[in-house]
Ligand binder design. Structure first.
Ligand SMILES: Cc1cc2nc3c(=O)[nH]c(=O)nc-3n(C[C@H](O)[C@H](O)[C@H](O)COP(=O)(O)OP(=O)(O)OC[C@H]3O[C@@H](n4cnc5c(N)ncnc54)[C@H](O)[C@@H]3O)c2cc1C
Length: 382
């Protein structure tokens, strides 16, 4: 379906999506396979993405962003994901860091850090997960101890996207070990600060161009002026940021699934079995129908959550449902698309196996499927 026919999509939203689609197909798609095979960092695309306004899509105009709607941002990320999901994942991690400053920070922090994030000059990241577990983020071991006008941060973060090239990370650390979620504070940490070490990047199954790292903090001195909000407000900030970012994950799922379904439909029409196109077989038609149905349901949930976000209404539940359904839908759609391609789909000559590998992370990061189910159940059961 033409996205402009979808409810809530304006001509301006669609114009941005069209510009991003043209760029993505011309510049990202041709390089995606090589980036995947050679594990090259997709940050090479940042200057061009920034020129299109993409690196600041989540930021208002007064902070250097293009000032577009959440719907436009969603459509832009879908277009990028159709071409290269690793690129949208890298952008998503950048948005996580910038969003944390936007949501948790004051006007001085906004001015100090966000315009250069929007322009792509500074890459951002978000450091919540620790080696002992990412699903229970109130249970952190990284500590921040106040010493006069500084905090001393010590600890280890794991799977931190963009860390090697980021200018700043928003780091979540315990300022009160006994206080659970209320003991978590958030800090903007300049990656040039002494005491920070970044590992070599993880060897990933998919999105291999979106590098993730272990980051250790040893006696890292962070000015009090870099604390976001009050002490103890970090967990709330993280949860608000994740409400937003789960829609970015849903967008990535929609983009990969759109690409996989388009490839499968074309293949089914072109491929002849016994002199007849695969598309003539009812078994294939039903697979295609199921793919389309689940994809459209994911669009519906994601657009609904986006509309609530735009209206400034609570959308935690809808965001969790959109993320959960879209990330599970794309697993089904990429697998079915690969199946329709037969043996060719299993080769690296075609992008189907990459789509399937790239899609898999979407059920794990920014809250696994199990965590999304817990959020949804909490909404129903209280
Ligand atoms: C490529 C990549 C990039 C990432 N980027 C970032 C980043 O930039 N910043 C960041 O902070 N983190 C990042 N992460 C971390 C990611 O968010 C975590 O991997 C994720 O939250 C899961 O945490 P975990 O891996 O520690 O698994 P665990 O928390 O150990 O969970 C293991 C399994 O147990 C399940 N589980 C856990 N608790 C429950 C429960 N209560 N009920 C039922 N099941 C449960 C989980 O769903 C999962 O299936 C990234 C991860 C990857 C792989």
């Amino acid at each position: 379906m033409n996205p402009s026919l979808r409810l809530g999509v304006t001509d301006e939203d669609q114009a941005l999506a069209d510009a991003v689609a043209a760029f993505s197909q011309a510049e990202l798609a041709p390089r995606a396979q090589a980036i995947d095979e050679q594990e090259l960092s997709v940050t090479c695309h940042v200057p061009q993405l920034a020129a299109l306004g993409v690196m600041g899509l989540n930021l208002p105009e007064q902070l250097g962003g293009p000032g577009v709607t959440p719907t436009a941002m969603l459509l832009a990320l879908v277009e990028i994901s159709k071409a290269c999901a690793a690129t949208s994942s890298m952008i998503g991690a950048h948005f996580l860091g910038a969003d944390a400053v936007l949501i948790g920070g004051d006007a001085a922090q906004h001015q100090a850090w966000l315009p250069r994030a929007a322009s792509g000059e500074w890459l951002a990241g978000f450091a919540l997960t620790e080696p002992r577990g990412g699903s229970h983020p109130a249970d952190l071991r990284t500590r921040a101890v106040r010493e006069g006008d500084h905090y001393r941060i010590d600890g280890v973060k794991h799977f931190i996207s963009n860390a090697a090239e980021a200018r700043f990370l928003v780091v979540f650390a315990k300022t009160d070990l006994a206080a659970g979620a209320r003991g978590v504070s958030a800090f903007i940490v300049d990656m040039g600060t002494p005491g920070i070490q970044v590992s070599s990047h993880e060897k990933l199954m998919g999105i291999r161009g979106a590098h993730a790292f272990e980051v250790s903090f040893d006696n890292v001195r962070v000015p009090v002026a870099c604390r976001l909000g009050e002490e103890g407000s970090g967990f709330k900030t993280a949860m608000k940021v994740l409400d937003n970012s789960r829609l970015d994950v849903a967008a990535t799922a929609l983009g990969i699934a759109e690409a996989a379904l388009a490839a499968a439909a074309q293949w089914a029409k072109d491929r002849k079995i016994d002199g007849e196109a695969l598309a003539m077989r009812q078994g294939i038609q039903w697979m295609v129908a199921d793919m389309k149905l689940r994809l459209e349901a994911a669009w519906g949930l994601t657009l609904q959550a986006t509309a609530l976000r735009t209206a400034g209404r609570p959308f935690t539940q809808q965001s969790a449902m959109a993320k959960l359904h879209a990330s599970e839908m794309v697993g089904f759609v990429t697998d079915a698309a690969l199946q329709i391609h037969g043996g060719y789909g299993y080769t690296r000559e075609m992008p189907l196996e990459r789509y399937a590998r790239d899609a898999r992370i979407l059920r794990i990061y920014e809250g696994s499927s199990e965590i999304q189910r817990s959020i949804i159940a909490r909404g129903v059961l209280g």
